[in-house]
Design a protein around this ligand. Structure first.
Ligand SMILES: [Zn+2]
Length: 147
């Protein structure tokens, strides 16, 4: 770890109590979740136990997440499914036209959501990640210092 010369202003110092033993959020998160992440298993079980086993501290120190694409994909799948149902044509015209409108809106919503999340991941995610890596936690007094 980087340690500046004595007397120099130490950025890795607690603003409140002057403690030099600060811990990075990323380090604490890694320590808190190491047991959970190493576990293998069926996806849902894995996800469940991962959440369950995470220590409270690790939860607080969780890094920013990228936006997921599955909601957008879900909308598109619903839209495609509805359109297919109309195309197969087993429903009255009054119903099918409504389904078409519904699917049309869902489709556009899905596309919009997907584009927005893609944009967010490219534009804002790196910033969030940089900010996150500057956060230091003081174990003595609990102050979060940004270096
Ligand atoms: Zn402190």
């Amino acid at each position: 770890m980087y340690r500046p010369a004595p007397g120099a202003a130490n950025p890795f110092r607690c603003q409140t109590c002057g403690n030099l033993q600060l811990r990075a959020f990323a380090t604490m998160y890694a320590q808190g979740t190491s047991t959970a992440v190493s576990m293998k298993g069926f996806f849902f079980k894995h996800a469940y136990q991962k959440t369950w086993r995470q220590t409270q501290m690790a939860k607080l120190c969780a890094p920013p997440r990228k936006k997921a694409f599955w909601p957008a994909l879900l909308f598109l799948v619903i839209a495609a499914g509805g359109t297919f149902a109309v195309y197969v044509g087993r429903m009255p015209t009054a119903v099918s036209s409504r389904v078409m409108v519904f699917c049309f809106l869902r489709g556009w919503l899905g596309l919009y959501l997907g584009m927005y999340h893609l944009y967010w991941n490219l534009r804002y995610f790196p910033q969030r990640m940089t900010e996150y890596h500057r956060l230091q936690y003081c174990p003595r007094c609990g102050t979060v210092t940004k270096v």
